[in-house]
Design a protein around this ligand. Structure first.
Ligand SMILES: C[S@@+](CC[C@H](N)C(=O)[O-])C[C@H]1O[C@@H](n2cnc3c(N)ncnc32)[C@H](O)[C@@H]1O
Ligand code: SF4
Length: 439
């Protein structure tokens, strides 16, 4: 049952970004299992392949992703070789598998030297059997690492979506987060990306930055719009930069909310559709006829050190850390592992029926698709309101509305997605997350 104690309307709208469920800090060691056994009963004809590259040119003050800036070429090459070894083992354990989507993320994949980037694409294609020219392929880049040569390689090999971290077009706002980047560098990178002809460009922007106002935020969005991005992500800043904002929590919330609303309204007036609190899209992907990956139904295979893998009931990964030393040591361990560890899993989260139901509700409700009662019934043979009566409160508080079998968030609900997400967590997950000792 959901609890009603959390005042969804009065607490800060910025509780936590929920992009998956459960969060990695709820993962724990479990008795060793072979991947062959884990995947044997799973549907494997439309999997999502994800390869994680944990290297960056800089460590931005706001970022808590699993990534390191301390790496020699030799270290990077050893990492790539380890990904290659892991891929061979995982593919052998998976047997007959087909991939419907591929994403290369990080960190910053384009931090890899070009030969290593090519090797990673070969791993996806040759070792894993993903047909990169036939499926949606997305790659994350940063402005300085998005060189003409690397972009051309990615495009030639089938990448159709480039996602670039911009954060802001105001130099002082970006520099206050210890991110070394100028607006001129970003604009040059965006021009290179457009000239290379990727069908989908996504741009990440952050609101709530030091010194940022609604006006400077709108200036950044308008500058972004000059490059006609097919997608834009708006991230509320979560981690206060070391320089401090000099604002109370309440004032910071008010600024973030005002930026969010002004930005959302601007993008709507420019013809963008809001897909979730963070994502806005200008038009449908050109790959609408290729196999559709559905996060509710299909599995994900993650390769590389920080990557997670999902079956319907088991989520697993490597150990996790945010501290630079710990990250480095986890990557070292990954690189020096022998092949026998790559076709096994022993760290993650086993989702019982209730957790699967919560995951289903969470992921659909927090996106534009909404919670479809019929799809839920097909999967669980019950109704979401019977299993979780507290969902009614979302309607009572005008955070969601119901039309026939569909429960969808209202504008008020969408802007409170980062509070509604954690409200849907089970007590078990909440407890595990709280007990997790951050390394
Ligand atoms: C993997 S990075 C994008 C690619 C590349 N590494 C870069 O930064 O240019 C993912 C994105 O997450 C967002 N992000 C990460 N940590 C964040 C935080 N604490 N608050 C807000 N946004 C954050 C940033 O917008 C960033 O661009
Ligand atoms: S925001 Fe991007 S470049 Fe900065 S540390 Fe995070 S992953 Fe690396």
């Amino acid at each position: 049952m959901l609890t009603t104690q959390l005042p969804l309307l009065t607490q800060s709208p910025y509780q936590a970004y929920v992009y998956s469920y459960p969060h990695k800090t709820a993962y724990r060691p479990f008795p060793d299992r072979s991947l062959n056994e884990i995947w044997s009963a799973e549907k494997r004809d439309a999997l999502f392949l994800y390869i994680h590259i944990p290297f960056c040119e800089m460590r931005c003050g706001f970022c808590n992703l699993f990534t390191t800036v301390n790496h020699s070429d030799e270290f990077v090459n050893r990492y790539v070789t380890a990904v290659q070894r892991q891929a061979k083992c995982v593919k052998a354990a998976l047997g007959d598998a087909q991939f419907a989507r591929f994403a290369l993320g990080g960190g910053t994949p384009t931090q890899l030297p070009i030969a290593a980037l090519e090797t990673i694409l070969n791993v996806a294609e040759d070792e894993m059997g993903a047909s990169l020219k036939e499926i949606p392929v997305s790659v994350e880049v940063s402005p300085e690492t998005a060189t003409t040569e690397k972009l051309q390689l990615l495009r030639d090999r089938g990448a159709d979506r480039i996602s670039i971290g911009v954060q802001s077009f105001i130099d002082s706002e970006v520099l206050a987060t210890q991110r070394r980047q100028t607006s001129a560098q970003v604009q040059a990178a965006l021009t290179r990306i457009r000239e290379t002809g990727f069908p989908t460009l996504n741009l990440d922007l952050i609101y709530g930055l030091p010194g940022q106002t609604v006006d400077t935020w709108l200036h950044s969005i308008r500058t972004a719009l000059q490059f006609h991005p097919e997608e834009i992500y708006f991230y509320p800043l979560y981690v206060r930069p070391l320089t401090g904002l000099g604002l109370s929590d309440r004032q910071w919330d008010d600024i973030r909310l005002a930026c969010y609303r002004a930005g959302r309204d601007l993008l709507r007036s420019e013809g963008y559709t809001q897909v979730s609190m963070r994502m806005f899209r200008r038009h449908q992907s050109p790959h609408s006829s290729s196999p559709v990956y559905c996060c509710q139904a299909d599995g994900m295979i993650g390769l590389g050190c920080g990557a997670r893998s999902y079956t319907r009931s088991l989520h697993y990964s490597n150990d996790y850390a945010v501290n630079a030393k710990e990250i480095r040591s986890i990557i070292e361990q990954y690189i020096t592992s022998d092949d026998t560890v790559f076709d096994r899993a022993n760290y993650g989260f086993d989702l019982n029926r209730e957790e699967q139901q919560r995951r289903f509700i969470l992921l659909s409700l927090l996106s534009e698709e909404g919670l479809d009662g019929l799809a839920y019934r097909d999967r669980f043979s019950s109704h979401p309101f019977t299993d979780f009566p507290a969902l009614q409160e979302l309607i009572d508080w005008n955070l969601a509305h119901q039309e026939a079998d569909l429960l969808a968030l209202t504008d008020l609900g969408v802007e409170r997605s980062d509070a509604i997400g954690p409200w849907l967590f089970s007590e078990d997950v909440r407890r595990s997350m709280q007990a997790y000792e951050l390394k």
